[in-house]
Design a protein around this ligand. Structure first.
Ligand SMILES: Nc1ncnc2c1ncn2[C@@H]1O[C@H](COP(=O)(O)OP(=O)(O)OP(=O)(O)O)[C@@H](O)[C@H]1O
Length: 227
């Protein structure tokens, strides 16, 4: 089942002589449960693509549908709700709230929505991510790898349609990098979670089902990974 489709997706920044075309007429379709790696040189448009798909920024032209909802037509308020419910954004820096403990950080997206997490689901995610003994800790009492696991848990808790991860291991050592990628793979396999992951690391990209290469704002190649 198709979970994401974008057509003629174009993003320009600036105007006149300083105009930059970050994405040019990108067409893309992703099926539910796919794990897609996005690679490409610095400045090729990878983060711009993720920001458009996550409703963080708006395209200049083109359409984006997530679960058959055309997000280019949403107003600001609808877009904020879309971001909160449908996408899980994971960045290199974990963006946790420093004054809230792990438990509250993970529950925050649901609390903002006036919802409570399903107890069983919460426990399963905490167990899977190995955070049982860290729930009362503040983010600054955790290692980088643990903080990234909290950020992943915070995304998984509301079962987003898509996890969008922008170099989530860029700030981690080898061991924590491997663990974080394993956890994203596990959430992909265990919860059929669709994941789009930007990485510069070919070894990480080869863990995905499919690798998309972006160059100069276009999709230069899009290939399945042979396992
Ligand atoms: N807010 C902005 N204003 C103007 N230009 C921008 C803005 N954001 C990105 N760009 C430009 O758009 C192009 C694509 O940037 P983008 O951040 O998407 O690249 P990237 O592939 O993610 O790069 P990196 O691997 O270095 O993170 C670049 O030329 C960049 O300078």
């Amino acid at each position: 089942m198709e979970i994401l489709r974008c057509e003629h997706l174009t993003k320009t920044y600036g105007s006149g002589e300083t105009i930059v075309t970050a994405l040019h007429e990108v067409n893309l379709s992703v099926q539910r449960g796919e794990f897609v790696a996005i690679m490409g040189p610095s400045g090729s448009g990878k983060s711009t693509l993720l920001h458009m798909l996550g409703g963080v920024d708006r395209p200049t032209r083109g359409t984006i549908s997530i679960e058959n909802q055309d997000i280019s037509k949403l107003n600001e308020e609808q877009l904020a709700i879309f971001r909160r419910r449908k996408v899980g954004l994971i960045y290199q820096f974990y963006n946790l709230i420093p004054t809230l403990d792990v438990n509250k950080n993970i529950r925050l997206p649901l609390l903002l929505d006036g919802r409570d997490p399903d107890d069983e689901q919460f426990k399963e995610i905490i167990r899977t991510l190995g955070l049982e003994n860290r729930l009362k800790h503040l983010p600054n009492q955790l290692s980088g790898g643990q903080q990234q696991r909290v950020a992943i848990a915070r995304s998984l808790i509301y079962r987003p349609a898509i996890i969008l991860a922008d170099e989530p291991t860029g700030n981690l050592d080898k061991k924590n990098t491997e663990e974080t990628i394993e956890l994203l793979k596990l959430s992909n396999q265990k919860f059929n979670q669709t994941v789009l992951l930007i990485t510069h690391d070919e070894k990480i990209a080869l863990e995905a089902d499919r690798i998309i290469q972006i160059e100069d704002g276009i999709i230069a190649s899009d290939e399945a990974v042979r396992k």
